[in-house]
Design a protein around this ligand. Structure first.
Ligand code: PLP
Length: 409
């Protein structure tokens, strides 16, 4: 495995671009070709046989866009450097990347997956629905070892998890996995805050749509891993077609250059907003990871939907990781597809809001958020009203105290 010797900030700017000066270029070239001249058909046959057998990237001239693209390959090399893995394989979206990982498991003939809730709603759905022929055992981090079976092909963990920001001790889980590959979804932390391969993960997945791109204008997914697994993933990508568009590869490579700066600045603002939220009377609980990061989750007394409707500077939208701040209600959007009982057991209550903090001035963000919280507290939540009516004849508990400290889980 190639361990970066240069700092993350330097790798973010230079990885994947080492040959540019020799090519007489400064910015990475964008190659939009879908096909390439192949005058030596016999030679191509041998190279395609080689790819089909190993999934190793083609040496020499390109052949066809689904086999590989030079601009996308630059992004892959750069991301592998940042995650400290041998290789990385990019896909059309985070879900395409996860699908390929689940098919790799299938390729080994092992249909059983162990997963820790919560996961991003669609990842949960992909596993739970059995769409790809998987059988899943849901557990908590401490239960991973007991959940393993002889036919377990993969263990899946997200930390900090979407949307509750629950954190998992990766070293402990990796130990519990034994020889079963551990896949860690590192979308929320990014390699700036956490490099799961250093803790024993064999596959590190990103929705590149989020922090890696960073500007809300590109969809992509990527898996950082050793070359053996990368070969298997490339073969699946070639066969199933979930390739990353070269323009997306170009934008993601450019996004990586500012990743450390963005994540650190956004994390500072998020930590400050978590602190202020904890003192707001309309907030009952704040979740902010010990690891840090630019995501904050919190629960409110009043109507969470009224808070969403009242923001003006913050955008009420799903997704995360952009330079602007977004807020959404996981129970209605990002995790709507998860069975309601599983949502509840995963800690995704109706009062929970999830915010992705951007690069705006923190005082401007707080002015908008605190006004929206006041509006939410003034607006009666129909569900809460019904509960209150039902309880009106019963002696009431004393009013609940202020919010939990940031970091309380
Ligand atoms: N993993 C996490 C943690 C996510 O938040 C998401 C999307 O929100 C995905 C995976 C899926 O990524 P994409 O939307 O790029 O398919």
């Amino acid at each position: 495995m190639e361990i970066p010797t240069r700092s993350l900030a330097t790798e973010a700017v230079h990885a994947g671009r080492e040959d540019l000066a020799a090519l007489g270029l400064h910015a990475a070239p964008l190659d939009l070709s879908t096909t390439y001249p192949s005058p030596d058909s016999r030679g191509e046959a041998a190279r395609i046989d080689e790819f089909a057998a190993t999934g190793a990237p083609l040496e020499g001239p390109q052949v066809y866009g689904r086999l590989g693209n030079p601009t996308v390959a630059r992004f892959e090399r750069a991301l592998a450097r940042l995650e400290g893995t041998e290789s990385a394989v990019a896909f059309a979206s985070g879900m395409a990347a996860l699908t390929a990982c689940l098919l790799v498991r299938g390729g080994l003939g092992l249909r059983h997956v162990v997963a820790v809730r919560p996961l991003y709603g669609c990842s949960d759905h992909l596993l739970d629905s059995g769409l790809l022929g998987t059988e899943v055992t849901w557990t908590d981090p401490a239960g991973v070892a007991d959940a393993l079976r002889p036919d377990t092909g993969l263990v899946l963990v997200e930390t900090p998890a979407n949307p509750t920001l629950a954190e998992t001790d990766l070293r402990a889980v990796a130990y519990s996995c034994g020889s079963v590959p551990l896949l860690v979804d590192n979308t929320f932390a990014t390699p700036v805050l956490q490099r799961p391969a250093e803790h024993g993960a064999r596959l590190v997945l990103h929705s590149a749509t989020k922090y890696l791109g960073g500007h809300g204008d590109v969809m992509g997914g990527v898996v950082a891993c050793d070359e053996e697994l990368a070969g298997a993933l490339r073969r699946i990508r070639f066969a199933t077609g979930g390739v990353l568009h070269p323009l997306a590869g170009y934008l993601l490579l450019r996004g990586l250059s500012t990743l450390p700066v963005r994540v650190r600045a956004q994390s500072r603002a998020a930590a400050e907003l978590a602190r202020r939220l904890a003192g707001h009377p309309a907030v009952t609980r704040v979740r902010y990871p010990r690891l840090g990061g630019a995501m904050v989750a919190f629960e409110v007394h009043g109507d969470p939907h009224a808070v969403i409707a009242a923001v003006r500077l913050i955008t009420p939208a799903v997704s995360l990781g952009s330079v602007d701040t977004l807020i959404q209600h996981p129970g209605s959007i990002s995790h709507r597809i998860v069975d309601p009982a599983d949502r509840r057991s995963g800690g995704i209550g109706e009062k929970l809001l999830r915010m992705s903090v951007g690069l705006e001035d923190v005082d401007d963000l707080w002015a908008d958020l605190s006004a929206a919280l006041d509006a939410g507290a003034a607006g009666a939540d129909p569900a809460e009203e019904a509960d209150r009516a039902a309880l009106s004849s019963v002696p009431q508990d004393p009013p609940r105290g202020r919010a939990a400290r940031p970091g309380a889980r």
